[in-house]
Design a protein around this ligand. Structure first.
Ligand code: C2E
Ligand code: MG
Ligand code: MG
Length: 252
């Protein structure tokens, strides 16, 4: 019984009702100036038994069908923090990760009726990892409606998942996020083996802007700029941090 009580599943279920989830924000910057143009919200979990990281609990969340209650709670939490602050300029980008499953089962369409979100002075981006779900015509239609309602869409971890170039040719996405594995491959003395330029080319062809992830070193930022990539995020510019810290960084 104790084992069950302390299982991740139970902890998550209780966490939803008791506020054990919170979000950190990683700055998204303009690579040439370092100016913060937005942020990505990244979830954390902490209860009496300790801290859990997304990689540890997101699979359980998916397996237990808690993805939608979780995502609703995420938007409530984020709106609450940002709406109570005047530090951030209009159109500040707030990028949120969502589950492909909630697109497939149409839960995500409920966001269109969330007045606080669609009338927000901020620009919400929905980050979606590549997934076979995205292929369905119904899903494509749902994504189109979300864009019409004012959300930006980003394809996350590009190049690592189930790649479906067809969905790109439908011009469904505004942003393409280059996975940090490819950024890591950039060599300090050049680009010989990097596929980053190829990804940049694909993005340009489909009218998408590129955001590079996992930039840890100055030379990576420099090379990315040479490839025409203008924005990015990574430890070089800022780790995921509290709302208070992000506010301070933006106010500077
Ligand atoms: P992601 O959306 O690709 O987020 C980027 C991950 O890279 C984050 O891991 C971030 O902390 C990490 N990161 C950022 N910059 C660097 C860097 O310079 N170097 C290195 N080594 N890592 C860096 P995190 O926070 O552990 O999140 C992991 C994944 O969990 C996310 O990947 C996302 O797919 C998912 N996730 C996180 N928060 C949420 C959420 O609120 N909702 C949903 N549905 N998924 C989430
Ligand atoms: Mg993401
Ligand atoms: Mg990513």
């Amino acid at each position: 019984m104790w084992e069950r009580y302390f299982s991740i599943e139970r902890r998550l279920q209780r966490g939803i009702h008791h506020g054990h989830f919170y979000w950190l924000y990683q700055p998204i910057v303009e690579l040439d100036t370092g100016a913060v143009i937005g942020c990505e919200a990244l979830v954390r979990f902490k209860d009496g038994s300790g801290t859990l990281y997304p990689d540890e609990f997101l699979p359980t969340l998916k397996a237990t069908n808690l993805t939608w209650p979780f995502t609703e709670m995420m938007f409530k939490h984020i709106l609450n923090e940002f709406n109570n602050s005047s530090q951030f300029p209009d159109d500040f980008k707030i990028s949120c990760n969502i589950f492909p499953r909630d697109i497939e089962n149409a839960n995500i369409q409920k966001l269109i009726n969330n007045n606080q979100l669609v009338n927000s002075r901020f620009k919400f981006t929905l980050e979606i990892i590549e997934d076979e779900y995205l292929e369905h015509t119904k899903v494509q239609e749902a994504l189109r409606e979300l864009r019409e309602a004012g959300f930006d869409l980003a394809i996350d971890d590009f190049g690592t998942g189930y790649s479906n170039l067809k969905e790109l040719s439908n011009n469904t996405f505004d942003f393409l996020k280059i996975d940090r594995a490819f950024v890591k491959d950039i060599e300090s003395d050049g680009v010989k083996l990097s596929i980053v330029p190829l990804i940049a080319e694909i993005a340009a062809k489909h009218h998408m802007k590129v955001i590079a992830e996992g930039i840890e070193e100055t030379h990576q930022a420099k090379e990315l700029l040479k490839f025409g990539i203008q924005s990015g995020q990574g430890w070089l510019f800022g780790r995921p941090e509290s709302f208070a810290k992000l506010s301070q960084q933006v106010a500077k």
